[in-house]
Design a protein around this ligand. Structure first.
Ligand SMILES: [Zn+2]
Length: 255
């Protein structure tokens, strides 16, 4: 087994990955070389960022324009009580460098908009969306399609979560978010977590699933969630899977 350009400390830190046949030294080196953008340092972003940093993903971009609020701490476990009032990207950066100082954290303390999205997303290979609003979700979907970036997208509300992977630029069998829902619902049609509530640990379940799917996409191992949506009902303690068809008339990826 070859361990390309890894120090003794790295070999020890990542030993439980390196021993996995599906990862090995080569896979760990791929994780160290990877660049992943996490949209939102909130409930989903918290476990997602922590697991990706622990896994040694070499460059982690964090985009969030918010500051830490007392009401975040019930589920956003990357932030601490002492961080209240601090920019979430800065609070996240500190937590991540405590977990793994080898990871380069790039802070984007702003809201993703149509004006800046292409420029920011272009710097990464994979985007993981844990944002809390439809406008951002659709923007990320459309820009990732145009720039041919893999998108791992999750959402949570109350006791329910869902996750899928989008790489619609690969063609047949690979739908995008707009194949599923062609237009974003109006913001008042679907309640937010602030209005309807969300179980704190549900963010952990879905954020950890996102981290797993990001690692799988970096390494090209296992079965991708592209073309499928996994849903989790916490009250029922059940997972279900649905197939997402590519829509020929999709406004983003249709022909
Ligand atoms: Zn589509």
């Amino acid at each position: 087994m070859t361990l390309p350009d890894m120090t003794e400390a790295q070999i020890r830190r990542y030993a439980r990955h390196i021993v996995l046949a599906e990862i090995g030294g080569v896979g760990q080196a791929q994780l160290i070389a990877a660049r992943v953008l996490v949209v939102g340092a909130g409930g989903l972003g918290a476990p997602l960022l922590q697991y990706l940093a622990a896994a040694g993903v070499g460059t982690l971009g964090v985009i969030d324009d918010d500051t830490v609020d007392l009401s975040n701490l019930q589920r956003q476990i990357i932030h601490r009580t002492a961080d209240i009032g601090m920019a979430k990207v800065e609070s996240a950066r500190r937590a991540l460098s405590d977990i793994n100082p080898e990871v380069r954290v790039v802070m984007h303390p702003r809201r993703l908009t149509a004006d800046n999205a292409e420029q920011i997303i272009a710097g990464y290979e994979i985007v993981a969306d844990g944002s809390d609003n439809f406008a951002t979700r659709y923007l990320v979907n459309d820009v990732c399609y145009r720039l041919k970036k893999i998108l791992v997208s999750a959402a949570i509300l109350r006791f329910d979560g869902q996750i899928s992977t989008y790489k619609a630029w690969r063609g047949a069998g690979h739908p995008c978010l707009r194949c599923l829902f062609p237009a974003a619902p109006s913001e008042d049609a679907v309640p937010s977590c602030a209005q309807a509530g969300v179980l704190g640990s549900l963010a952990g379940t879905l954020g950890a699933l996102q981290a797993t799917e990001v690692v799988k996409e970096i390494l090209g191992i296992g079965r991708s969630l592209s073309g499928r949506m996994l849903t989790y009902d916490a009250l029922e303690a059940s997972f279900e899977e649905m197939t997402i068809a590519k829509r020929p008339d999709c406004p983003t990826c249709g022909s």
